[in-house]
Design a protein around this ligand. Structure first.
Ligand SMILES: Nc1ncnc2c1ncn2[C@@H]1O[C@H](COP(=O)(O)OP(=O)(O)OP(=O)(O)O)[C@@H](O)[C@H]1O
Ligand SMILES: [Mg+2]
Length: 205
């Protein structure tokens, strides 16, 4: 699923509300039939939801491995298996596991943030602005990793400024304007919709 909308539309805020990072003033978040309202972020993670924040939010002075470790529970008896899964998806991180996170490229840092999020074994992964600061090629690399994660049965909700790629890679899209869902539908239908084309895809009619 994709969430698109202009700067300030409320995409990041929506994901933060789901994670319990900020509180909504009204409404509720229902996941698998139960409310997530007023849960703290760690309790949301217990419900099998995980999050890659906008701007990645790594600990720059800590190593790659330490950053990834942060996503797993404090007590974890299958830590090695969890690391192995992340390193299988991102072999470059295995090579760089002892390096400080700040020394990695933007794309590699994004991989660390995704790896960290996967360490809690999520069923639903929220991704905020994956394309942020990445070259088009690096963004494609990251997207193909996301596709593999999805093939392993993890649901994806991505908030994305790059509306075109978000519409192309997702099944459904929600269009957010001023904190409200203005349109929703199958991504393949929305991509042909003239309103989406003029407002979000830069097509001049
Ligand atoms: N549903 C809402 N009701 C009221 N205010 C909101 C709502 N959602 C977001 N806001 C406010 O709008 C501002 C921008 O929101 P946010 O950062 O979520 O936008 P964004 O879509 O992620 O933008 P960007 O594309 O720049 O990352 C914030 O100040 C936030 O508090
Ligand atoms: Mg945002």
């Amino acid at each position: 699923m994709a969430l698109i909308g202009a700067n300030g539309a409320g995409k990041s805020t929506l994901l933060k509300v789901v994670m319990g990072v900020v509180r909504q003033s009204s409404g509720d978040v229902i996941y698998n039939g139960s409310s997530l309202r007023s849960l703290r972020p760690h309790s949301v993670v217990h419900r099998s939801i995980s999050y890659v924040p906008e701007g990645r939010r790594l600990f720059p002075e800590m190593s790659v491995k330490e950053n990834i470790r942060m996503g797993a529970p404090a007590r974890c008896n299958d830590l090695k298996e969890r690391f192995d899964r992340v390193f299988l998806l991102f072999p470059v991180l295995k090579d760089r596991r002892t390096q400080q996170a700040s020394t990695l490229s933007g794309g590699e840092q994004q991989m660390v943030a995704i790896g960290r999020a996967l360490m809690s074994n999520p069923q639903l992964l929220l991704l905020d602005e994956l394309s942020f600061g990445l070259s088009p090629i690096m963004f494609e690399n990251v997207l193909s990793a996301i596709e593999k994660i999805r093939e392993n049965g993890v649901s994806i909700l991505m908030a994305e400024q790059n509306s075109e790629r978000a519409l192309e890679v997702s099944d459904r899209t929600y269009v957010l304007e001023n904190g409200k869902i203005m349109m929703t539908g199958k991504s393949s239908d929305l991509i042909d919709d003239p309103r989406i084309q003029t407002a979000y895809l830069g097509v001049v009619s």
